[in-house]
Design a protein around this ligand. Structure first.
Ligand code: HEM
Length: 423
């Protein structure tokens, strides 16, 4: 048996057990937000049963506050596009399944309602226009080529570390015009800001605060520099726009964390997922080698298959109804994009990874409505370029061991993926 086949069969065993558990647990006891289910990648049968039997489900038996789970594609779309009913605002708890801790001091525009959200979003959106992305493409290609050329042959290495983190961090450094040689500090801040207490990334809340205070101080200094000498980076854009130039330092810090996490974890984990998905589906990998033009449809397909942000959460501003359930003002409503992306009523054979799907852009991974991902075109561009450069160089990238997944029900990602490039 090849290494890949052995891995597939181990994971199939795990999934079989998970299915038994999911179908023998009373549905009122379901807690699909349990991070362990994401870390072991056994969440699928739980969501499958919810979509069929309780598509709008209230969880009261978790070690976290009660929350609604919305698991079908169209119901998710309804919540995401009705921002007057469903709030993102930090003052109502924010956008993650758990409320932001009391006294959380870094509001960002993803966790704001109108009109503040729209004003601040407008400030950074020129970074992501098609013209500006065309300009950036040249640099992205050069950097991708350099990183890929430096990879070892016939030797096992961690794809996450050497490629996914490296390329997305380089991109971030460019977006902020951050000192290039210190770019790994951005990666660390991104990891620290989303780490759960049990994830092992930081050992205490104090340590997290210390590290993020360092982030705030570093960017505070850069803000002052760019106020005097603006460039074409995100910090300069915010320092000189009417909507954001008078932001409090805490609001600045919130927006920075948003842009760091938004631009980092998500694209990074999709880059890793693409290698994993192609290895788990060798016939698809062969199709891609035979026809590199399929990169254009493969990229949205990987983004759907991976769903790098598993959920966004809203809070009901008024009593309302969804899927026959009565939602009360103040209730937490979790939109499980990861489940909507496997909704068999909207997407044909949704569990399959098919790089030439007819309509690969039918997915929820970037959200919908006023908060729809502002960096989505950049993410797709990066992924397209890296695969164009990979196919020019390597016949195959082989996954040779288990991926290690992140302990989180928010970021769906990988800590490591051991690979080998024969050569
Ligand atoms: C595959 C990669 C990516 C995925 C899957 C992703 C996913 C998402 C999702 C689900 C949302 C929230 C949508 C909603 O609430 O309706 C979002 C918002 C956002 N994303 Fe992304 N993202 C990605 C890449 C990026 C990149 C590269 C950047 C920037 C460099 C970025 C910056 C943002 C920002 C600033 C927001 C907040 C938008 C707002 O509140 O108006 N994202 N993203």
């Amino acid at each position: 048996m090849t290494a890949q086949a052995a891995l597939r069969s181990d994971h199939a065993d795990l999934l079989r057990q998970a299915r038994l558990e999911a179908y023998s647990t009373p549905i009122e006891d379901f807690h699909p937000g349990a991070p362990r289910l994401f870390q072991s990648d056994t969440i699928w049968p739980w969501f499958e049963r919810l979509r069929k039997e309780a598509p709008v489900h209230y969880c009261t038996k978790a070690p976290i506050e009660p929350y609604w789970s919305v698991t079908r594609y169209h119901d998710i779309m309804h919540v995401d596009t009705n921002h007057a009913i469903f709030s993102s605002d930090v003052s109502n708890g924010g956008i993650m399944i758990r409320d932001v801790p009391p006294g959380y001091e870094w509001p960002s525009f993803i966790a704001m309602d109108e009109p503040r959200h729209g004003e601040q979003r407008k400030t950074v959106s020129p970074m992501f226009t098609p013209d500006h992305l065309d300009e950036m493409a040249v640099l992205i290609r050069q950097r991708s080529a350099k990183v890929l050329d430096s990879l070892p042959r016939n030797e096992t290495f961690n794809w996450v570390e050497k490629v996914s983190i490296e390329l997305t961090t380089q991109m971030l450094a460019t977006l902020f015009d951050f000192p290039f040689e210190q770019r790994r500090r951005l990666t660390r801040w991104s990891d620290v800001s989303t780490a759960l207490p049990k994830s092992g990334i930081v050992s205490s809340e104090d340590e997290r605060r210390r590290e993020l205070a360092d982030c705030a101080e570093t960017f505070g200094r850069m803000w002052k520099e760019r106020q005097a000498n603006p460039g074409r980076d995100l910090i300069s854009m915010m320092a000189h726009s009417e909507a954001t130039r008078h932001m409090t330092p805490d609001n600045l810090m919130g927006n920075l964390i948003l842009l760091i996490v938004g631009g980092n974890d998500t694209t990074r984990n999709t880059m890793t997922a693409s290698v994993l998905a192609l290895n788990e589906n060798p016939a698809e990998y062969q199709k891609l080698r035979d026809n590199p033009a399929l990169i254009d449809t493969m990229v949205p397909e990987v983004i759907r298959w991976q769903t790098p942000l598993a959920h966004m959460r809203r809070t009901a501003l008024v009593d309302t109804e969804l899927g026959g359930q009565k939602i009360r003002k103040g209730d937490r409503v979790v939109m499980w994009y990861v489940s909507g992306n496997r909704d068999e009523e909207v997407i044909e054979t949704p569990d399959a990874f098919i790089i030439d799907r007819k309509r690969p852009r039918i997915h929820l991974s970037f959200g919908f409505g006023i908060h729809r991902c502002v960096g989505m075109r950049l993410a797709e561009l990066q992924l397209r370029i890296v695969w164009q450069e990979i196919l020019k160089r390597f016949d195959r990238i082989e996954v040779v061991g288990e991926p290690k997944r992140v302990y989180s029900s928010f970021v769906r990602g990988y800590e490591s993926l051991p690979v080998r490039i024969p050569g």
